[in-house]
Design a protein. Structure first.
Length: 285
């Protein structure tokens, strides 16, 4: 993210606010060295940093129907296809999907892209269709209800299908950022509640050029809320791990990149649970 400041926008209209923000990020991200779209075209074995982190956990996806929710411009989505999956990407930004479709056409393998809101994914894609639902870092913080998200995941999965989630930790989302004093301070809600409006003049993957629609509305979801939502939706949690790193400089200069896809606090990184992975499955009948 860019620098966050409290805004006074209407958090109730979160979808319209966030949609405008993500539409304005698309041209910046498509041209950025961070997403590096041209490298996917020139290297057919290239995977995104986020998918690379979990390549062993994801395994060989050959023969599996995979859906990537909130796929943005499709670098993670294409990477899942390169692991062998028959992949569908879903996002609410048609501009992002236009970039993703062009990337898949140039770099391959093919990916099917559908423009729809996450909560309408079952209606848009079909129920009980997928072997794997994948959600990458920085997705749940844009959704107001973990319960509705978990119900959507369950609805998309066929019996025996699995969820794989890598996400920023709710403690990270609750931090005051940035700070000149370099302290790590809890400022914003940890638990699910009304969205918090912010304004971010620049985006996490860009050259510092201001974006046209800086206002956003963020939502946090405590770990218990996420677990309970999945259990209530009939899913079985199989694995859960927490990490002291994330694949972007979430706290600016306080979190430099220490290895590809891993940004960690300089000062006592063991203080901060920065991200986590969670695996679950839908029981067979």
């Amino acid at each position: 993210m860019g620098p966050r400041v409290n805004a006074t926008g209407d958090a109730d209209d979160y979808r319209a606010v966030n949609h405008a923000n993500w539409e304005s990020r698309v041209p910046v991200h498509a041209a950025s060295d961070s997403y590096a779209l041209s490298r996917f075209e020139h290297d057919p074995a290239r995977l995104s940093d986020v998918v690379s982190l979990d390549r062993e956990r994801l395994g060989d996806l050959t023969g599996q129907e995979v859906v990537h929710l909130q796929c943005h411009i499709g670098t993670d989505t294409l990477s899942l296809a390169r692991l062998g999956g028959t992949v569908t990407g879903l996002d609410f930004s048609q501009s992002a999907l236009d970039v993703a479709e062009e990337l898949a056409a140039k770099a391959g393998p093919p990916v099917d892209y559908v423009c729809a809101d996450v909560y309408q994914a079952v209606e848009a894609l079909g129920a009980a269709r997928f072997d794997l639902v994948y959600t990458g870092v920085g997705a749940l913080c844009w959704l107001p209800s973990a319960k509705r998200w978990a119900e959507t995941v369950s609805g998309l999965l066929r019996p025996g299908g699995r969820l794989f989630l890598r996400e920023g930790h709710p403690v990270l989302w609750a931090l005051d950022d940035p700070r000149d004093d370099q302290l790590v301070v809890l400022e914003y809600p940890y638990f699910e509640g009304p969205g918090v409006p912010f304004s971010e003049d620049i985006t996490y993957a860009g050259d510092g050029t201001p974006i046209a629609s800086p206002d956003i509305v963020h939502f946090n979801h405590g770990l218990a809320e996420i677990f309970n939502a999945l259990w209530d939706a009939g899913l079985v949690v199989d694995c859960f791990e927490e990490f002291d790193h994330v694949p972007w400089p979430a706290l600016g200069d306080q979190m430099p990149e220490v290895s590809p896809g891993r940004n960690r606090l300089i000062d006592r990184p063991e203080r901060l649970p920065a991200s986590y992975i969670l695996g679950a499955h839908k029981p067979s009948a």
